[in-house]
Design a protein around this ligand. Structure first.
Ligand code: G4P
Length: 528
């Protein structure tokens, strides 16, 4: 197949949701349609269960599973679909943010009874800021939930989206009869079985016909007509351009568990979702159709087996063809590298491939050369942007608990930070190391992995801080010098050597900003 056709047929996206909204179930149903798996239950749940927050073995087990489900690829109607998994657990939110730099679009899953939940809000905000095209799937329609219009209002208000329903439920919960597919002008009735049977639906280009009453009953038919009239009157019509620009979000209703409304979603998705998109690098915009390879690392996964400390670096291909054994430039360290066994992902398996294309993810075995954000090219100096660090919310000093193993400790910390497990800051004043994380769970992961993978031991000391701010140097030299003198105790360097200010409260940030107005404080490392 020609290179250009390979690009055109790819759709790379992520599914985001608050835990329990049905992300895993929906993923599984999508794989079933692609024929990538043959039965429900085949995709292992990649989430740290709520009760397991301090169980190391559980974390390790989950890590193993999440390698397998990091990328799920399948073919559907000549399209190659790549689903990038995003952990739902809030302590791994940073992981999810990074994965979102590698997707071309997302599907947001919302529970019809619970509506918009906090984790959905956070993730959608990131997508909105980056103008990622989003489709909303309202799930669990087989249960009693909120009124469809109320939910659409909630989605618009809480998530700041502009919605346009492309399907509409006929009843809900006990009275749930099915879906009117506005996109394809069809009615699909719900049979309530879990046998993954897919009905093609009945076409209803005109809903003002008596056949509709015969099919779903007088009252529901009238209600549906009224509701669809309202949909037409209130919501903007679907406009693909607006969707692709991140200005309009189509909404689908269904029940992933019952495999209802999922095919409608998938069939529309492959029509409207974006093909591999151009990506901004510091130097220039790189188009997916360029024939020279470029790609970047968005995720690094450590090996489960402590005897083999190699890791798997996940590279999103932005342009060109990735070829096995071809020499590529690792831009950050200036070295040429060859990869003899690049992994591609198919359903839940990974296999060695000779060629991969824009939109695809390749897994490269790594012995510590890569860190998140690294770029590979055929020689050009390109640095992809958009993998910023955000301010952590928990801070602890890290101390070496075994003086003979200092080297191992620092190597371990270094590599774990490269993987993006947490962030390390070194205080300017005394060189003490501070580990910052999004959730408390990471401290246990770090301690456990240092011991089991690096043979090092550490202890922590609490540090009551609110946030770190990345400090933008100013031309006002006198003010900058004064800021550095007064705030000396609270200044540190991040792993890239950027200056950060550790603030103990929101009030301190405000006061500092007022006192030194020319010194700009930022909550993300990529502020330029
Ligand atoms: P997540 O990945 O977003 O965290 O959610 P997941 O798919 O694991 O689904 C969470 C729970 O919601 C699961 O039940 C799942 O079966 C259920 N669920 C998903 N889709 C639907 C739906 O359309 N209707 C109904 N009624 N339930 C749905 P569980 O009891 O937590 O797990 P399990 O024992 O069923 O695996």
């Amino acid at each position: 197949m020609a290179f250009i056709d390979e690009i055109k047929r790819r759709r790379t996206f992520g599914i985001i949701s608050h835990p329990d909204a049905g992300k895993t179930t929906l993923t599984e149903k999508l794989l079933l349609f692609g024929g990538a798996i043959s039965e429900a239950g085949a995709v292992k749940n990649n989430k740290v269960k709520k009760g397991a927050t301090s169980d190391f073995m559980e974390i390790e087990r989950q890590r193993g599973i999440s390698v397998a489900t990091s990328v799920l690829a399948f073919n559907y109607k000549d399209r190659k679909i790549n689903i990038l998994d995003t952990p739902g657990h809030k302590d791994f939110a940073e992981d999810t943010f990074r994965t979102l730099t590698a997707v071309d679009s997302v599907i947001v899953v919302i529970d019809v009874a619970k509506g918009v939940e906090p984790q959905t809000e956070k993730l959608v905000e990131v997508c909105r800021m980056r103008k990622i095209p989003m489709i909303v799937f309202i799930n669990k329609l087989d249960r009693e939930g909120k009124d469809a219009f109320d939910l659409l209002d909630e989605v618009e208000q809480k998530l700041g989206l502009t919605t346009t329903p492309l399907s509409f439920p006929i009843g809900m919960g006990y009275d749930f009869q099915g879906i009117y597919n506005i996109w394809a002008k069809k009615i699909n009735l719900f049979a309530g079985d879990k046998k993954q049977k897919v009905t093609t639906g009945v076409e209803f280009t005109n809903i003002n016909v008596p056949e509709l009453d015969e099919m779903i009953g007088n009252k529901p038919a009238d209600k549906l007509r009224e509701e669809l009239e309202m949909v037409e009157g209130v919501y903007p019509p679907f406009d693909q351009e607006a969707y692709l620009n991140g200005d309009l979000q189509p909404v689908f209703f269904g029940s992933a568990l019952n495999n209802f409304g999922v095919k409608e979603l998938l069939d529309c998705f492959i029509e409207i979702a974006p093909t591999p998109q151009p990506k901004k690098a510091e130097e220039r915009l790189v188009d997916s159709k360029e024939d020279k390879l470029t790609g970047f690392v968005f995720k690094i996964h450590a090996n489960m087996d402590p005897k083999h400390r190699d890791r798997l670096a996940f590279v999103k291909i932005v342009s060109g063809t990735f070829k096995r054994n071809a020499p590529y430039l690792h831009v950050r360290n200036g070295k040429k590298m060859k990869f003899s066994s690049p992994n591609a992902f198919f359903a839940e398996k990974k296999e060695i491939v000779d060629e991969s294309y824009p939109g695809d993810i390749v897994g490269l075995h790594d012995t510590g050369n890569f860190k998140i954000g690294d770029t590979l090219t055929e020689g050009e100096i390109i640095n992809f942007r958009g993998i910023p660090s955000f301010s952590p919310e928990h801070f602890r000093y890290v101390n070496n608990a075994d003086p003979l193993k200092a080297k191992q400790l620092y190597k371990g910390l270094d590599q774990l930070m490269d993987e993006g497990v947490a962030q390390l800051f070194t205080l300017e004043l005394n060189g003490r190391k501070v580990v910052g994380t999004v959730g408390a769970l990471q401290y246990e992961v770090i301690q456990y992995r240092l011991e089991h993978e690096y043979g090092a031991k550490c202890t922590y000391e609490n540090l009551a801080m609110h946030k770190v701010c990345w400090v933008e140097p100013t031309d006002n030299k006198a003010e900058f010098a004064e800021f550095k003198r007064v705030k000396q105790r609270y200044l540190a360097k991040d792993k890239q050597g950027q200056l950060v200010f550790l603030a103990d409260s929101a009030f301190t940030i405000q006061m500092t900003q007022d006192k030194y107005p020319s010194v700009k404080l930022h909550f993300t490392s990529e502020y330029k």
